[in-house]
Ligand binder design. Structure first.
Ligand code: DX5
Ligand code: ZN
Length: 227
């Protein structure tokens, strides 16, 4: 995985057809997705429940780009090896998910993955001030995690503060929640480079009509690049 700050669109397969993940992943990549975002929820850290390491391992052969796994689980540490074995390229843990995020990020890197740290809307940018050299990606949640299709919460000030804190370090800023062609320019202008989008990518399309995914991805990318 090489590093750059160009706009990357990461469709969240939380909005895909749950009976058809392989085809859905191949369709979004063929239609221009840069990364594939996989939302892991445990029914405890967040109120929703999605998929575990066995499912993520089954997705892996279909992903030719980057498999970006967003853990919304607590605890995280007992599962790091399982997601490494499942083939995650980026593994992101929430700072709110446990008392030892520093140790968690070290363990993720030690398992051979890029280490991401996610911040809920109520968590300030300063919470990662001592983690900047231990992380490869900071995920700014622009919804409260747990569900797709929620209303965007403006976190412009937080994104700008993080962009300044990061400086020249090779750390991505990822935005997750409510990203669409209207909100993408705001987060791009503030300093984000990875844009997760679930409903805005999958809406109106299907594996039988995948060109809609392509139109949706292009609309988000063009809006962001125009910022
Ligand atoms: C929310 C998830 C997101 C979600 C985004 O808890 O982390 O990745 O799927 O969905 P949209 O783009 O529909 O807000
Ligand atoms: Zn996510």
């Amino acid at each position: 995985m090489s590093f750059d700050r160009s706009v990357k669109i990461a469709p969240s397969i939380l909005s895909a057809d749950f009976a058809n993940f392989g085809q859905e992943i191949r369709a979004i990549e063929a239609e221009g997705a840069d990364w594939v975002h996989v939302d892991v929820m445990d029914g405890h850290f967040v109120p929703n429940l999605t998929f575990g390491p066995m499912a993520v391992k089954a997705f892996r052969p279909h992903v030719k780009t980057v498999m970006d796994v967003h853990l919304m689980i607590a605890p995280v540490d007992p599962y790091i090896e399982a997601y490494a074995d499942a083939g995650a390229d980026v593994l992101t843990a929430h700072i709110e998910a446990g008392p030892h995020i520093h140790r968690t990020l070290q363990a993720i890197r030690a398992s051979g993955m890029k280490a991401g740290v996610a911040l809920n809307p109520g968590t300030p940018a300063e919470a990662v001030a001592h983690l900047l050299d231990l992380t490869d990606l900071i995920c700014v949640m622009t919804v409260n995690p747990g569900f797709g299709g929620q209303k965007f919460i403006d976190m412009t000030g937080k994104i700008m503060a993080l962009r300044q804190m990061i400086g020249d370090r090779p750390v991505h800023i990822e935005i997750d929640g409510g990203v669409d062609p209207t909100t993408a320019p705001k987060v791009r202008a503030a300093g984000a480079d990875v844009l997760v989008a679930g409903s805005a990518v999958f809406k109106g399309g299907s594996v039988d009509n995948p060109s809609v995914y392509g139109e949706n991805i292009r609309a988000i990318r063009e809006a962001a690049n125009a910022a």
